[in-house]
Design a protein around this ligand. Structure first.
Ligand code: AMP
Length: 465
């Protein structure tokens, strides 16, 4: 057992004594969503702020809008009973074809918040191609920072486009561009979800520019991450390829100055602004129990094994752990160590092929329990339901990165735990987190775990070490 010394008291590591709320605790909780199981009731209290001239009133119910029979049937089929906060505010603004910047996290129902109004606009303008028509060109373009997120948006879009004789396609790097080109020119493509680099390739070499002449809506999703990943020049380029006369909807979990700059460039002046996050880290503050352990670098892997084991023992039926590492190599080493120890772990980082990453992300999303080792490809936006613990090993690149990684747990009102594992010389970073409720939790390596880890490390491929 790990013994912790906090002040003068000695206690067992709190991580194993914290109860994680389990889905099913509340037998009356509505079974929302086709796949998410997210308890949106817990979202009701989130304060929402709107700014902008003549913003329409938020809706309370989907029925407050005259959607028409087809969309109504679709909302019902998706089992969406009440709109989520971002939907309540963003839908009426978007239906008015106003430009919008919305501060909201993924997992908060953003995709439907932009899809339903776009579908409504398509039907309203009579832009639907005749049933059976095999080819169409994009009416809506959704830009997403990562391949994983793009796939997730595409799946959600497919879900809500069903029944409307509309089709969504996704394009992203790391896959065969030729087959994407063929798919886009042989099948309907009313919605196009894309990562920036691959989209530019298609603009420059697949004749996509004239095909986008009828584009009516641009969605910039996770704009803060797009910018953090250095996509500003790509966004500028993409804006130069698509019609200026369009509606632009920008979603971002945070709104730093760089996002405001992009908004000033991409959105029409007078755009509406909806803030569904409130305090940048209000969710982090209230719903995630956070621990900090400082320990010598050599202790990190055994401590990680120890802490994950304890969390698993404390939550044997439902535990879902994501461990973040600063590099792909460190991620791979941890994954191979856990595998050598006989644990089944999911591994996501840039050393793995796109096919592997997609499969691994899907399996982890669907799993009731599991451990995922990830570099920052999973840090933002991606919605993995029911993550109970996020461990961050080593320095996060920034305060924002810490918060966003932590945001993989406690999603949509649920509770979760976060642990930051730093080397003593990295502790300076906590000055940036001073206002967050983080409790110091020193921990000592259990000698048995250490010897198991050392034995297992001998079995890990030398090329990884
Ligand atoms: P998103 O933030 O778009 O990734 O959505 C997260 C999950 O919430 C998806 O599984 C959606 O199907 C689901 N969802 C979106 N809107 C609603 C709603 N109003 N009620 C219930 N589930 C929803």
């Amino acid at each position: 057992e790990i013994i912790l010394v906090t002040g003068v008291q000695t206690c067992a590591l709190p991580i194993c004594s914290i109860a994680i709320n389990k889905p099913g605790d509340d037998p009356d909780a509505p079974a929302y969503g086709e796949s998410s199981g997210i308890d949106f009731d817990a979202y009701e209290d989130i304060p929402v702020e709107t700014t902008g001239k003549d913003c329409p009133e938020p809706i309370k119910l989907f029925a407050d809008i005259d959607w028409g029979a087809a969309i109504n049937r679709n909302i019902e089929r998706c089992k969406f009973k009440t709109p989520t906060p971002v939907q309540k505010y963003a839908i009426p603004i978007s239906l008015k074809r106003r430009d919008l910047m919305a501060c909201a996290q993924t997992g908060s129902g953003k995709t439907a918040a932009f899809c339903f109004p776009i579908i409504h606009g398509i039907i309203d303008r009579g832009l639907q191609a005749p049933r059976g028509g095999r080819k169409t060109f994009p009416i809506a373009l959704v830009l997403s920072p990562t391949r994983e997120l793009a796939s997730q948006i595409n799946e959600e879009a497919i879900k809500v486009l069903k029944f409307h004789n509309l089709q969504s396609q996704v394009v992203f790097g790391g896959t065969n561009i030729k087959s994407e080109r063929n798919r886009m020119s042989s099948q309907r493509c009313d919605f196009l979800v894309a990562t920036p680099g691959r989209l530019i390739d298609h603009f420059e070499s697949s004749g996509l520019v004239p095909k986008c002449a009828n584009l009516k809506v641009l969605v910039l999703d996770e704009a803060d991450q797009l910018l953090e990943m250095g996509f500003k020049p790509s966004i500028d380029k993409i804006l130069s390829f698509i019609p200026r006369q369009r509606q632009t909807l920008l979603f971002s979990a945070t709104v730093p100055g760089t996002v405001k700059q992009i908004a000033a460039n991409a959105l029409r002046p007078g755009y509406a602004y909806v803030d569904c996050v409130g305090e940048e880290d209000s969710a982090t503050n209230t719903q995630v129990t956070q621990w900090l352990t400082a320990a010598p670098l050599d202790d990190h892997l055994p401590l990680l094994v120890q802490l994950v084991n304890m969390h698993q023992s404390a939550n044997p039926v439902e535990h879902k752990v994501i461990c973040f590492f600063p590099t792909a190599r460190a991620t791979q080493l941890a994954a191979e160590l856990f595998i050598a120890l006989g644990q089944d772990v999911t591994e996501i980082h840039s050393r793995k092929s796109q096919g592997h990453r997609t499969k691994a992300a899907d399996a982890f999303r669907a799993a009731k329990k599991g451990v995922m080792m990830s570099s920052d490809v999973s840090a933002r936006g991606l919605d993995y339901p029911d993550v109970t613990l996020v461990v961050q090993v080593g320095l996060p690149s920034s305060r924002e990165q810490y918060i966003h990684r932590l945001g993989r747990t406690a999603r949509a009102g649920k509770k979760g735990e976060g642990l930051l594992l730093l080397a003593p010389h990295e502790e300076f970073f906590t000055r940036q987190l001073k206002d967050l409720p983080i409790t110091a939790a020193p921990a000592a390596v259990d000698p048995d775990v250490l010897s198991n880890v050392n034995n297992a490390l001998r079995r890990v491929d030398n090329r990884t070490k």
